[in-house]
Every structure is written in C-alpha cells, then in structure tokens.
Design a binder for this molecule. Structure first.
Ligand code: GRF
Length: 217
C-alpha cells in the first residue's frame, strides 16, 4: 500500500515550543505524516522559533505589538498562514485570543491543545484551578477551535492522576509529558482522515463522535 501524502501544517507558537518539538520529533520518527509548511510566532523572542530554525523549518514572526487592533493583526496572520496553503493550522501554546473572523476562516482546520480535561478549567492557570477544585483527575485536551474560548469540540484527551502533595508546577510537568504524546497522536488522526469536523459535528472513522477518545484508553 502506498503511503498517503503528508498533510501540510502551519504551527503557531508564542513561547517555549515544547509541543512543536514533540510534533517535529514524531514526524522525524515517521509517526506523524505531516509536512511543516511554517512555524509562526507572535513573539520575536519565542524560544520555539530557535528550535524551528535549527531544524531548518520556515519561520515567520507576525508581531502583535506592531498592530493597533485584533482585527488588523488577525488579518495579517491569515495572510501569513495562507501563503503556505496549509490543510491544518495547529495552535501550540499560541497565547492570543483569536477573532471570530479568524476562527471562521479556518473552520474545521484549526486545532488547539489545552492543559485540562475540557470542559473543566478553561482559560489560564489550569493546574492551579484543578488543585483549587480538589479534583482527582486532570489532564489535557485537543479540540477544534470555535468562537467560544477553549469551547470547541474535543476529540482526544489524556488523563493524569492528581497526587495529594502536588504543586501547580509538579502537576503541570506531569500534564505536559502527556501533552507531548497527545498532540502528535491528535494531528496524526487528522492526517489519516480519521477525525474530521463537519458542520460543527465531530466524526471518527465516519461515525459521529459523542465523547472524546481517551489516549491509551
Ligand atoms: C501547553 O501547556 C499547552 O497546552 C498550552 O500552552 C502550553 C504551551 O507549551 N496551550 P509549549 O510552548 O508547547 O511548551
């Protein structure tokens, strides 16, 4: 059987880029059938940009501080992304709230990884939120992006146990370790055409998916 063509992805980052690294390493290990069309950051100093450059990936900075408004920024971002004609846009620690116009433009082609078991603990400081709530299970989710912040359909999750003596930092490290398995697996499901969002509805192997798939579950 011939291998299907890799899907073209653009990865958006703002910082450290450890999820970008996990995607890259999975691709190098032939566990992820993608072509990195570009890595785009809103911050010129993002550490993940250096990693991308070391790997000879195309990088672009679209610096949000040079724009007066969200609409004009997101329009430039759309132009930068679309010049690469990606099939999928992958948010990997991209710390910007996106306009409805941007989100609609990429409907069904835009995914994000969030460090909680959505719909629990949207927004920031998710690990502290989980500790404050006293939950026993925490984790990470991959979802398609919709206009509701951290509210789009979740298709893959990984769970970690919360330990009695966890600090937010310790818990974050345990979740991040799972994220690095989770995001390549999620992108590969899309690359294989096994997961899709059609008319706002999730499909897994052409069947409606009502609950997220659990990694390793
Ligand atoms: C991750 O925890 C991810 O879930 C969240 O932002 C963080 C990005 O980390 N959206 P990195 O830049 O990929 O290391």
């Amino acid at each position: 059987m011939t291998q299907p063509s890799p899907i073209k992805i653009v990865v958006l980052i703002s910082g450290r880029g450890s999820n970008l690294q996990s995607l890259f390493h999975a691709q190098q290990a032939e566990q992820l059938n993608v072509e990195f069309a570009a890595v785009i950051s809103n911050r010129p100093q993002a550490a993940g940009l250096q990693f991308a450059q070391q790997q000879q990936l195309a990088t672009t900075v679209v610096d949000h501080t040079r724009y007066s408004g969200r609409e004009s920024y997101d329009q430039s971002l759309i132009e930068a992304i679309d010049s690469h004609h990606p099939q999928l846009v992958v948010l990997a620690g991209f710390m910007r709230i996106l306009t409805p116009q941007f989100v609609r433009h990429y409907a069904g082609r835009l995914i994000n990884i969030h460090p909680s078991l959505l719909p629990n603990f949207k927004g920031l400081h998710t690990h502290q939120q989980a500790l404050d709530a006293g939950v026993e299970q925490h984790g990470a989710s991959v979802h398609f992006v919709t206009e509701e912040l951290d509210g789009g359909p979740v298709f893959l999750q990984a769970t970690v146990a919360v330990e009695a003596d966890d600090t937010a930092e310790v818990l974050a490290a345990r979740v991040l370790h799972q994220e690095h398995q989770l995001y390549p697996a999620a992108v590969q499901l899309i690359a294989e055409g096994r997961i899709a969002l059609v008319d706002g509805r999730l499909y897994f192997d052409d069947t409606v998916l009502y609950e997220p798939i659990q990694l390793g579950g």
